[in-house]
Design a binder for this molecule. Structure first.
Ligand code: GCO
Ligand code: MG
Length: 407
């Protein structure tokens, strides 16, 4: 079988939201697909792939995943960075997809086989009020989900996290807004209101449901420590992104004060972004995504490293990752001995399902992958032509006095 790479196609499409997709075609006719979406910066990664990565791949043997990974990582000289790493990630996923198809095996078999029956997920309940959020959580429980992330708008801060004016979901396409939408933030108002959400959730649902919360890096370490202590009675599965951790040592401060489990990693690109937090056991879950942290090859390396320190993987699963990334993470998740949980907000929508197809199913809060060779996903280039790129920005946050804050 001739697996020489003969074509690398980079497609930016907007079936509901913008995605950057890579398709690698080999002489044998076998092809693979990968996701390189960087929300709000799609064209940067597409140009990088097209102009700088694709020419290096033509004529190479698609079987040599590791060498191609090293070539693109070390060979670039500049290393790391979200645009570079998303490009490597997409190429890597496509090559695993090809290897699986060539071997006639699903990717999880190539990784070492199944460690569990399915990939447990957590879903989102986001509302404008506490009761609204809990009603949504109740509906999700009815659909069989037993791990739910709760986010609610902060009283007195119209449009704060989770509710964006007429856009109810902050992660919806914002292309009707020429510049990033702005949302207000006040740590005091947030800290004064957040406990009610979790105390009411436990009153209503009891203790056999898992609750999670995402702080989106808006606190300082000592504020996060206080929040962790405040939420201890409500037994969270984890508190996510309490503090931005360019300075990883911040997590030591939080850890010194609270037993609430901590998670971070959705914007990380390499193991170096989380090495100290993992090896010092300051966090419990690492949330790196296959699309942003170097594909299946590097997600596996991060998982293996984390396993030595009792840290489990809980990959990012927002809707700005295409279903190709979900499939890659599902294959890693079903194999990884230290898999924790997968974030899940659905396998796209009606429109995106016209462009992406997949073989995964969800049942009783678990994703199941089929035994189809490769990743079990496909991308319809013809259908994608009907949905051209549509510029859209993520929101930004400002304090009430106008200071720009982490969003
Ligand atoms: C999450 C994330 C997302 C991100 C989004 C940015 O935990 O799911 O925080 O909602 O904000 O993916 O592009
Ligand atoms: Mg998050």
């Amino acid at each position: 079988m001739n697996l020489t790479i003969k074509d690398v196609r980079v497609i930016v499409s907007c079936p509901g939201r913008n995605f950057v997709t890579v398709k690698i075609v080999t002489e044998s006719g076998i092809y693979g697909v990968g996701d390189a979406t960087v929300n709000g910066r799609e064209m940067a990664v597409a140009t990088y792939l097209q102009e700088h990565v694709a020419p290096c791949l033509i004529g190479r043997n698609a079987h040599e995943i590791e060498d191609i990974w090293q070539y693109l990582y070390k060979g670039v000289y500049w290393r790391k960075g979200p645009i570079n790493m998303a490009s490597i990630s997409a190429v890597d996923m496509a090559l695993w997809d090809i290897k699986g198809k060539a071997a006639d095996l699903p990717v999880y078999e190539l990784l070492g086989g199944k460690s569990r029956r399915g990939v447990s997920v957590y879903v989102h309940a986001t509302g404008e009020t506490v009761d609204d959020t809990l009603d949504r959580a109740e509906a999700l429980r009815g659909q069989g989900f037993s791990a739910i992330r709760l986010q609610t708008s902060v009283p007195g801060l119209a449009g704060s996290y989770g509710t964006l004016g007429d856009k109810k979901d902050y992660f919806e396409l914002q292309s009707d807004r020429p510049l990033p939408p702005e949302t207000p933030w006040s740590t005091r108002k947030y800290m004064n209101s957040i406990e009610e959400l979790f105390s009411k959730a436990r009153d209503r649902f009891g203790t056999d449901i898992q609750l999670l919360h995402d702080v989106h890096s808006r606190l300082t370490p000592i504020e996060a420590a206080r929040l962790g202590k405040m939420l201890e009675p409500y037994d969270l599965l984890f508190l996510e992104d309490a503090v931005a951790a360019e300075n990883q040592d911040s997590y030591r401060i939080i850890r010194d004060h609270t037993t609430t489990p901590l998670a971070i990693g959705e914007i990380y690109n390499t193991i170096w972004d989380c090495k100290e937090m993992i090896q010092n056991q300051w966090i419990d879950y690492i949330r790196c995504a296959a699309t942003h942290a170097g594909g299946i090859t590097n997600l596996r390396r991060i998982a293996d490293f984390a396993a030595h320190f009792h840290v489990r993987i809980a990959p990012h699963g927002a809707p700005d990752l295409s279903v190709i990334c979900f499939a890659a993470q599902a294959h890693v998740g079903i194999w990884a001995p230290n898999f924790g949980i997968q974030e899940f907000v659905g396998f796209g929508n009606e429109t995106s399902n016209l462009v992406f197809s997949h073989d995964m199913s969800i049942e009783n809060g678990m994703i199941h992958v089929s035994d189809r060779p490769g990743l079990g996903v496909d991308f319809n280039e013809e259908a994608a032509k009907d949905y051209p790129y549509n510029r859209s920005y993520l929101p930004v946050s400002r304090l009430e006095d106008g200071t720009l804050w982490s969003w």
